[in-house]
Design a protein around this ligand. Structure first.
Ligand code: 9YT
Length: 129
């Protein structure tokens, strides 16, 4: 087994900032770690809105701090996100993620993210392979 801490990750290439400055993702587990999924702590900064559409990944997100909402674009529904809430993007759901207070999220991706992915124009990350 191995351990890794957020302090180990700060300032390395496992700490990835969105190009628009809306979030930082600290990638505790990546594809190369061989677990079959990737596992990230993501901070979504207060006052931001991010368009996301993971066409090539499934993602589960668990909120441990902060406050925000997810709007799913197919049906216009707004889902409140507070500590203790998990949301699962089981249908590659296109959505808007908004933070009213800094959101601290734990995120799992299947297939795993490989490294320094940031959202492309369409809100997706490229396929793992
Ligand atoms: C919740 C979400 O998808 N935020 C965007 C960043 C992503 N979680 C990541 O790469 O860690």
């Amino acid at each position: 087994m191995f351990l890794r801490t957020i302090d180990d990750i700060r300032g390395t290439d496992r700490e990835v900032y969105a190009e628009n400055g809306h979030w930082v993702s600290r990638r505790l587990l990546l594809k190369k770690d061989g677990m079959g999924f990737s596992f990230h702590e993501t901070i979504i900064f207060a006052g931001t809105e991010t368009h996301i559409w993971y066409k090539h990944h499934l993602e589960a997100v668990f909120c441990v701090a902060g406050e925000g909402e997810v709007e799913t674009l197919a049906d216009g529904q707004i889902h409140r996100i507070v500590p203790g809430t998990m949301y699962a993007l089981n249908n590659h759901d296109e959505h808007l993620l908004r933070a009213s207070k800094d959101l601290r999220l734990l995120c799992v991706f299947n297939p795993p993210v490989t490294g320094t992915e940031v959202h492309r124009e369409d809100g997706s990350y490229p396929p793992s392979d």
